[in-house]
Design a protein around this ligand. Structure first.
Ligand code: DC
Length: 245
């Protein structure tokens, strides 16, 4: 538990690695973790299950307001349920990934999910002393007053290669081509409602194109270290090695 409440806001495009990094940082700091993209995915899944037309703005916005979503904040247990149904794996299925932007670009949906996100962040600050929240508009709109705001970027080439390896187990020309829609087209569509390719004023940019996962986690921890004590220090006389800039 942190001595004073801490929010680490992290944004970035698809394939930047921000989800795994944010989870690892939350674990290291002993605070909560919020994957806001999973909330948009849960709503998209729910609307698809209900047979809603995702371009019907009003119907989808109403579904957002009524969504019985139980959001996890434990970095080690990201099980997600809607109305008691576990949809942890279902929200990662291609049909959801391909269509989630239609839901995420609905401005009434964004207003409702942002309201819920702020509520979760506030509750976690009380409960565990803090939270690492990640998405596309956390540094700018959801938590612009977070103690730390970071934009995690990487070159398009690096992002395509990472996502391709995740999805297809490799990054040869064919595998990368099959991944392009999920990364480039989706980011273009999502960029129409949030600015996550360039850092806003006061947001630190971390270009991870040439960094390993461990180096990125260490760099984020180094940024927040000035104000917090990593959990390891509190638990045992062991300080993690943080040698990145
Ligand atoms: O990060 P992800 O792929 O799980 O995000 C799912 C979708 O939600 C993606 O289309 C971007 C969108 N999103 C958003 O618009 N705002 C956020 N804060 C998080 C995600």
């Amino acid at each position: 538990m942190q001595s004073s409440p801490l929010t680490v806001a992290i944004d970035g495009p698809s394939g930047s690695g921000k989800s795994s990094v944010s989870k690892a940082v939350a674990r290291e700091l002993g605070v909560g973790y919020l994957d806001t993209g999973a909330m948009y995915r849960a709503l998209a899944w729910h609307c698809l299950e209900a047979g809603l037309d995702l371009t019907d703005q009003d119907a989808v916005a109403e579904a957002a307001r009524d969504l019985p979503l139980e959001m996890p904040t434990d970095p080690d247990d990201q099980s997600l349920a809607v109305g008691g149904t576990d949809i942890t794996s279902a929200i990662r299925e291609p049909r959801v990934t391909e269509q989630v932007s239609a839901v995420a670009t609905n401005l009434d949906v964004r207003a409702e999910l942002r309201r819920r996100q702020r509520e979760i962040i506030g509750a976690q600050r009380e409960a565990s002393g803090g939270i690492v929240a990640e998405g596309r508009d956390i540094t700018t709109v959801v938590a612009p007053d977070a103690e730390h705001r970071i934009l995690i970027t990487a070159s398009e080439e690096a992002r395509l290669a990472r996502r391709s390896t995740e999805l297809h187990g490799g990054a040869d020309a064919q595998q990368v081509a099959a991944t392009r829609d999920q990364v480039v087209r989706r980011d273009q569509q999502d960029s129409t409602v949030s600015a996550f390719m360039e850092a806003a004023d006061g947001v630190v940019t971390l270009d991870t194109s040439d960094l390993t996962f461990e180096e990125v986690v260490a760099a984020v921890l180094a940024l927040v270290q000035g104000e917090v004590t990593p959990r390891h220090e509190a638990d045992a006389p062991h300080t993690p090695d943080i040698d990145a800039p």
